[in-house]
Design a protein around this ligand. Sequence first.
Ligand SMILES: CC(C)(COP(=O)(O)OP(=O)(O)OC[C@H]1O[C@@H](n2cnc3c(N)ncnc32)[C@H](O)[C@@H]1OP(=O)(O)O)[C@@H](O)C(=O)NCCC(=O)NCCS
Length: 161
Amino acid sequence: MAERLNIRQAEPADHGQIVGVIPSWWGGRDLSYAVPRLFLEHFANTSLVMEDDGRMVGFLVGFMSPSRSEEGYAHFLGVDPAYQGQGIGRHLYERFFELCRQNGRTVVRACTSPVNQASVGFHKKMGFSLSPGDGESDGIPFIKDYNRPGDHKVEFIKRLP
Ligand SMILES: CC(C)(COP(=O)(O)OP(=O)(O)OC[C@H]1O[C@@H](n2cnc3c(N)ncnc32)[C@H](O)[C@@H]1OP(=O)(O)O)[C@@H](O)C(=O)NCCC(=O)NCCS
């Protein structure tokens, strides 16, 4: 990964640029509703921004589960398409795993939509396993109607060494 890239803790002021890039970084899917400002207000210290000369080229919005004291949760992770395939996603996750360890967490969870096969491939490479589900698409197990009817989710779990 290029040396000019810099990783930093996120700030509430990053919310606008994060929701602004989601539609293009997610290939036209506008999932910006899934990252309300409160995530940046309350989980800034466990969320990360990667910059190239001050310009955001990647981010991870995550938190330490208040209900599950052994778990961290990576809610949203994105990399600028022009910067994908250079190790930025891996770097953001490895920094988040470190934050989880520092906070005494031994398990990291994340989830994605079954249509996002790139995310499934990426998470497998990052050492996540797929939880069993009650649905399956192209060999990928998912949990049906996770959020609401028709909104299925693939659940990932990784135990930190
Ligand atoms: C998925 C995403 C975060 C990956 O980021 P990235 O910076 O391109 O990934 P990296 O270069 O760090 O790759 C890390 C590893 O994952 C693998 N990988 C990356 N994208 C992959 C894909 N689409 N399919 C399979 N493996 C993939 C890489 O080969 C690499 O493996 P290696 O280290 O063993 O060589 C990025 O493509 C993205 O932002 N996509 C759009 C948004 C999205 O879907 N986010 C995830 C769901 S919240």
